[in-house]
Ligand binder design. Structure first.
Ligand code: PLP
Length: 423
């Protein structure tokens, strides 16, 4: 069966007890057993729950995996994957990754004796070079968050296989509709189902998918032992969201392409990061590796952090919010939001500057999205024009602020004054 059909039907036969076409929300913590060791496959809902089982089977099918495990959040899923590591083990990770993953690695796992090296995410040879005898895992995201670089999964998988290292891909940004890393040689896929899989910004969830028996057994054990499982209600919401994944993703991609093209032509935009643009350095890899280019667009704002603040306050359709992958459009400031847990110097070294914005382009009418961005960008520009004429007027009459006749210098003075006040 094709992807869109599996998204609606996999793991979701009519309920055997009632014939209910839609998988019921089995809201129970425990199960009545017939006799000692005699039950219907369920004993306790941390260990297993029928609504969760349906979700796990559906997600496994979408990632072409033998096994699926659902978790209470993407981070709980990532933690389960990391649970196989022991003190002394080493992980090589791409350097452009979700801030919460970085925090898990550096602030939870490093103090427990696991070490990490971060390599330029798109540089395949860098992964190979960083592998040491104690390296157990390569971790990568593609497209990366928030800079939307691509990593050649098949090429890194070849390195991992040759060196006997487990390759884990966080496939949250692409969703299985756009790419299936296990087919490209990865061993494990991790998802924040909070994002595209659920698609409606009303659930926190995660998943781990693999076809490796040994890893599955270890993660399954950890899921029950550590207990970070999703509720039946949340499992059901993700299962329902997944049914429309294919149609949603098609619209996300189309809208994102239009938004990226609009931004590329706007004078207040310094650079646009979208793998669907011919100008993107990884465009050819994206064409090869992905079915389409996704719904995430990042861009560097031409101006100061204060201009960025002014821009986000003007947005009417885009909401200033963390997260991504829902039907509604969101705008995020990675430096202060999703990636705030990465130290500033490290963040800036990776290109996550104060003027970078990340858009999760929703499935509203693209014309409305573009109109919203345009009015907000033009609004900031108009404020500048007014501020500049006021500054220039003051300069002409009183000589205040020295030689700030140019627009760029005027904004720099403004931002410098602010940061001095903060310090
Ligand atoms: N991976 C990526 C790429 C993410 O963007 C996020 C959250 O933003 C996560 C993992 C963590 O997922 P959750 O918030 O569901 O714990």
């Amino acid at each position: 069966m094709q992807f869109a059909t599996r998204a609606i039907h996999a793991g979701q036969e009519a309920d055997p007890s009632t014939g209910a076409t839609i998988t019921p929300i089995v809201q129970t913590s425990t199960y009545t057993q017939q006799g000692l060791g005699d039950n219907k496959g369920y004993e306790y809902s941390r260990t297993g729950n029928p609504t969760r089982t349906a979700l796990e089977a559906c997600l496994a099918s979408l990632e072409n995996a033998r096994y699926g495990l659902a978790f209470a959040s993407g981070m709980a899923a990532s933690t389960a994957v990391m649970s196989t590591l022991r003190p002394g083990d080493h992980v090589v990770s791409g350097d452009d990754l979700y801030g919460g993953s970085y925090r898990l690695f550096e602030r939870v796992l490093r103090p427990m004796g696991v070490t990490f090296d971060y390599v330029t995410a798109g540089d395949v040879s860098a992964y190979a070079k960083a592998i040491r005898p104690e390296t157990k895992m390569i971790w990568l995201e593609t497209p990366t968050n928030p800079l939307l670089n691509l990593v050649d999964i098949a090429a890194v998988a070849a390195v991992a296989r040759e060196r006997g290292v487990t390759l884990v891909v966080d496939n949250t940004f692409a969703s299985p509709y756009l790419q299936q890393p296990l087919d490209l040689g990865a061993d494990v896929v991790v998802h924040s189902t909070t994002k595209y899989l659920n698609g409606h910004s009303d659930v926190i969830g995660g998943a781990v998918l693999t076809s490796n028996d040994e890893l599955y057994q270890a993660y399954k054990f950890y899921q029950n032992a550590a207990g970070g499982v999703p509720s039946p209600m949340d499992s059901w919401l993700v299962l329902r969201g997944v049914k429309t994944l294919a149609v949603r993703m098609r619209q996300h991609c189309e809208n994102a392409r239009r938004v990226a093209e609009f931004l590329e032509g706007h004078p207040r935009v310094q650079g646009v990061y979208y793998p669907g643009l011919a100008s993107h350095p990884d465009h050819a890899l994206a064409q090869r590796q992905m079915r389409d280019f996704g719904g995430m667009v990042s861009f560097a704002f031409e101006g100061t952090r204060d201009d960025v603040d002014s821009f986000v306050r003007r947005l009417r359709v885009f909401a200033l919010a963390e997260s991504l992958g829902g039907v509604e459009s969101l705008c995020c400031h990675p430096a202060s939001m999703t990636h705030g847990s990465i130290p500033q110097a490290e963040r800036e070294k990776r290109g996550v500057t104060d003027t970078l914005l990340r858009l999760s382009v929703g499935i509203e009418d693209a014309d409305d999205l573009i109109a919203d961005l345009r009015q907000a960008l033009d609004g900031v520009a108009a404020t500048h024009a007014t501020a500049n004429s006021a500054t220039n007027g003051a300069h002409a009459s009183s000589g205040a602020n020295g030689a700030n006749g140019t627009h760029g210098k005027a904004t720099k003075v403004k931002s410098g004054a602010k940061s001095a006040a903060r310090a």
